[in-house]
Design a protein around this ligand. Structure first.
Ligand SMILES: [Cu+2]
Ligand SMILES: [Zn+2]
Length: 175
């Protein structure tokens, strides 16, 4: 019995170690309110197996408690002018705006996130649509992330009719 436990223990620690080696943080963003400039969330990107990137997004946005907000990556990493300087949705594959995982959608169409009574929410996305390679068309580095005050209808082109830009951040490389 002890022998089996030992083998299981070794197997588990090997697994944990190999996960840690693969899951390297490659980029991050801090989201700030466009109105107050206070932090409202964090976004972390780690490289995982098969060349994919996993995003872990966390919002802490009490002003928007009990609501559904839309989140997108926008073209430019400039949060000036209440987030307007980020311009439109980042769309390197020239597709229509849509729901993440549907037939057609922008590579930055993260979509709607429901905030709880404290304004807290988390969302994770893993995809091979993104990379952090310099000058690559699919690189997320230097893109803006916009939190909208409204809900994405996943239909209206090219914005989803998501409402005002209430939060903004810029994706930066982590070396
Ligand atoms: Cu947007
Ligand atoms: Zn879009």
């Amino acid at each position: 019995m002890k022998h089996y436990l030992l083998i299981a223990g070794v197997a588990l620690s090997t697994l944990v170690m190999s996960c840690k080696q693969n899951d390297k943080e490659v980029a991050q963003a801090t989201l700030n309110s466009t109105a107050t400039n206070e932090a409202i969330g964090t976004v972390k990107f780690v490289s995982v197996a098969d060349g994919k990137i996993k995003m872990d997004l966390e919002l802490n946005f009490p002003e928007r408690a009990d609501s559904v907000v839309a989140v997108h990556f926008h073209e430019h990493g400039d949060c000036g002018n209440m987030g307007e300087n980020t311009h439109g949705h980042w769309n390197p594959t020239n597709e229509n705006h849509g729901k993440w995982g549907s037939e057609a959608y922008h590579s930055g169409d993260i979509g709607n996130i429901e905030l709880d009574s404290k304004g807290h929410a988390t969302l994770s996305v893993t995809t091979d649509r993104w990379n952090t390679t310099e000058n690559d068309v699919n690189s997320i580095i230097g893109r803006g992330i916009i939190v909208h005050g409204g809900t994405d209808d996943y239909t209206t082109q090219p914005t989803g009719n998501s409402g005002p830009r209430v939060g903004c951040g810029v994706i930066e490389a982590v070396k």
